[in-house]
Design a protein around this ligand. Structure first.
Ligand code: XIL
Length: 387
């Protein structure tokens, strides 16, 4: 064989090169895939969905980064605001279903379970709802009629499409006695306003699941009050499917023992346990701020806006451990917890940057302001993988 002949490319060489190129680009694609974080919804135990509250901007399709995260990780959606009375029914006889329709469509398009939040609440409800005729206090019959008409219209519109409703939100006050909140609904109607709301919701969509939703059910008196509501409904033969503990928790409380007691007590009452608004506040919280004047709020903001740029590593790790701990409990009680919903998609959107005082930079969720998974996300993934 002449040297020149040896140098001549044989037909085999380009073929090999092609094989090599194809193989290496396949490996590259596989590598890129492996680098993408696992999808939360695929790691959840069977029978437990994972959700996020969607802001109006998100369900309007104006937040592409959030939409990508939602599509990949979540199989349940809650409307953060667009189904609340003030949004959907701002004036007597006038409904604005545009944003809510887009929310339901956004979730359906992605095959997500659609949750309705919320029908009867003291907050984000227009003043006209609680106004009596000619300046008189609102009477029982008028209040019941407004409630029935609202629930019938809103639940009826999404009949068969919204899987479950937070029918009544936050009906219990925060005192040590676990008494009912003095809401305007209760003032006008009486204690049976809760039962009426559940009845009306059931009439409007007999197949929909119906939930009672509240915060701090980790506190024993409040939890006992919630269970009295559930037991009462059951006794009267009124449909109730679950209790939502909102899960607006702090980095150092409530204790895991109190969270676990909430899960087991609610389940023992024979209804589903839902963690409906999970986020973990990393900033100092002062209940005295809720009704404080602007000056006090400004002072508190200045003193407690501790991480305006980013969460330092030590705090990131603490948040990650806290998320791992609570997800560990959800897994331990996978037969009881039907859904875990985070109150927002990324830190950029979290309501906790404006609660209890406006203008702080909070970091309570699993994805940071750029939409990147945080150490807390990785910790949840690791916890779920161990299941
Ligand atoms: C919050 C929303 O996240 C905010 O955008 C809005 O301004 C106020 O309400 N408990 C609830 C939720 O049941 O509806 C609240 O959502 C947070 C506390």
């Amino acid at each position: 064989m002449q040297p020149s002949e040896r140098a001549k490319p044989t037909p085999v060489q380009p073929a090999l090169a092609t094989v090599f190129l194809v193989a290496s680009s396949l490996a590259f694609v596989a590598g890129a895939r492996a680098a993408e974080p696992p999808a939360l919804k695929e790691l959840m135990p069977k029978g437990m969905t994972i959700g996020a509250a969607l802001s109006q901007r998100q369900s309007d399709g104006k937040d592409g980064a959030a939409a990508k995260i939602v599509t990949r990780h979540f199989n349940s959606a809650t409307a953060e605001n667009v189904l609340k009375w003030e949004k959907v029914h701002p004036e007597p006889g006038r409904y604005d279903f545009g944003p809510a329709d887009r929310y339901v469509a956004f979730a359906e398009k992605r095959g997500m379970e659609v949750i309705g939040h919320t029908l009867v609440w003291h907050s984000q409800t227009p003043a006209w709802v609680f106004a009596g005729k000619d300046g008189a206090p609102l009477d029982r019959e008028t209040a019941l009629e407004r409630m029935r008409e609202h629930i019938g219209t809103v639940v009826g519109r999404y009949k068969g499409r919204i899987k479950g409703w937070d029918v009544v939100n936050e009906a219990i006050d925060d005192g040590a006695e676990g008494t009912m909140r003095k809401s305007k609904w209760r003032e006008a109607i009486g204690d049976d306003y809760i039962a009426k709301a559940f009845e009306y919701a059931h009439q409007a969509d007999p197949a929909a699941e119906l939930y009672y939703n509240d915060y701090n059910l980790t506190s024993a008196p409040k939890r006992a009050a919630a269970l009295r509501i559930v037991n009462g409904l059951k006794r009267w033969g009124i449909r109730v499917d679950g209790v939502g503990e909102q899960g607006h928790w702090l980095i150092d409380g409530p204790s895991l023992g109190d969270i676990e007691a909430t899960i087991t007590d609610v389940a023992a009452a024979g209804v589903k346990v839902l963690i409906t608004e999970l986020d973990i506040d990393v900033l100092p919280r002062d209940p005295g701020m809720y009704g404080a004047d602007l000056e006090k709020k400004a002072k508190f903001r200045a003193e407690t806006n501790l991480y305006p740029d980013a969460l330092p590593k030590e705090k990131q790790d603490q948040l990650a451990r806290r998320y791992a701990d609570v997800f560990g409990l959800f897994l331990k009680h996978r037969d009881k917890v039907a859904r875990v919903t985070l109150w927002g998609v990324t830190d950029a959107q979290s309501w906790l940057s404006n609660f209890p005082v406006p203008g702080r930079v909070n970091h309570p969720l699993l994805f940071d302001r750029q939409g990147k998974p945080k150490p807390a996300f990785d910790a949840v993934v690791e916890t779920l993988k161990k299941k």
